[in-house]
Design a protein around this ligand. Sequence first.
Ligand code: UD1
Length: 434
Amino acid sequence: MDKLVIRGGNPLKGRLHVGGSKNTALPLMAAALLGDGVTTIHNAPVLQDVFTFANVLRVTGARVRFEPDSDANSPDSMVIDARNIDHVEAPYDLVKKMRASFYMFGALLGRCGKARVSLPGGCAWGPRPVDLHLKGMEALGAEITMDQGYVVAKAPAGGLNGAHIRFEPSSVGATINVMLAAATANGTTVLDNAAAEPDVMVFGNMLQAMGAQIEGLGTTTITIEGVDKLNAVEFTNCPDRIELGTYMIAAAIATPPGETLTITGAEPDHLGEEFLTAFRQTGVPFDIDGSTVTVTGVESIQPVSITTSPYPGFPTDLQAQWSVMMTRATGASSITETVYTDRFKHIPELNRMGAGCRIEDNAVLVQGLNDQSLQGTNVMSTDLRASVSLVLAGLIAEGETHVLRVYHLDRGYENLEGKLAGAGIDVRREEYQE
Ligand code: UD1
């Protein structure tokens, strides 16, 4: 297995480039199955989750290949040939590696009128149900049965039919899955309390480019007028908003006072207003100029409490990183989770490094350490965002931090150690035995 070894205390400065969004690339890949042709997706991130999903697509008969993008800064293009889809299954072995494989449910129902998709298992945090996905497909008329851990779905004769569906709570995954199936259903589908996340919006933009009739993207009511057929397209993925937020937090804690970290290739609007407002309140100056965000290091960080919520609220995918930033603040703050109420696996590990955090129900109370440092030690990754929060802690810890089981990190951060090393951080990857 691999671990990252970080020697803390080095200044983070210079430039970091944001790659293509993971959480957008996956539904874009699923959408490519709806077009009877060859789709090209530019700015595809080079990540384990993207490779896993490419393998999920290949099971259906789709051909997927990666090509270097012409822009040296941007990761890759993905070419998906969906002309011969003849196997309507997403097997357990692949789905268990990544929940987002469940997008095959909507993609296969939409394309072939049937699907056999393994139920995703549990997750490092909470049960993460899929009831809204199932109810949504049933509302469209799909007949659903369970067979040995698989969801087996079949459209009625004549195809799926549009329906009025309300999601409670708001769900990124269920919104995307139902949109995949509804794009070619008969008649109109209205999704209430739909996810307004930029990932959903950009995914909807690709469906529109393929010929889908969709209104209300970026709002909580999405209306889809079914069309007969979708076409293969060439489409560019958006930058990863969580990677941007992670780098802004990294700069806040590890860029020396008065010096700067310039983050390029970003889409700052996609962070949502609440994150930007909270960041501003910490007193860490940042400047947005188009796709470039420049963060200036400070002497002290003001404590700012946050509560996660759907977009444009504070993203749940940035709360673990925020807790590390708050360990460096001049006072106490709280982090309240309303999306995944027990997503705090990183907290015991941060406390082992000397952080003063206490979990109370769905909140973490962070006691800012002010000038005191965290201490480097062995810490265990448990999921993607928890892992990156431990890397951030390593940037400011005394001595070496060994972040174990770094495969969690490789699912969603492209060449993180290479990028950080290029911006002044002493970090290396090592193999180890568990
Ligand atoms: C996506 C993101 C993940 C992010 C999350 C919330 C991807 C690949 N993953 O996950 O990084 O943390 O959005 O922004 O894009 N829920 C139900 N029933 C369902 C589905 C969801 O009750 O059928 C609940 C969940 O338990 C959770 C809330 O809805 O409390 C939001 O989850 P959802 O938006 O669906 O998360 P994902 O799409 O799985």
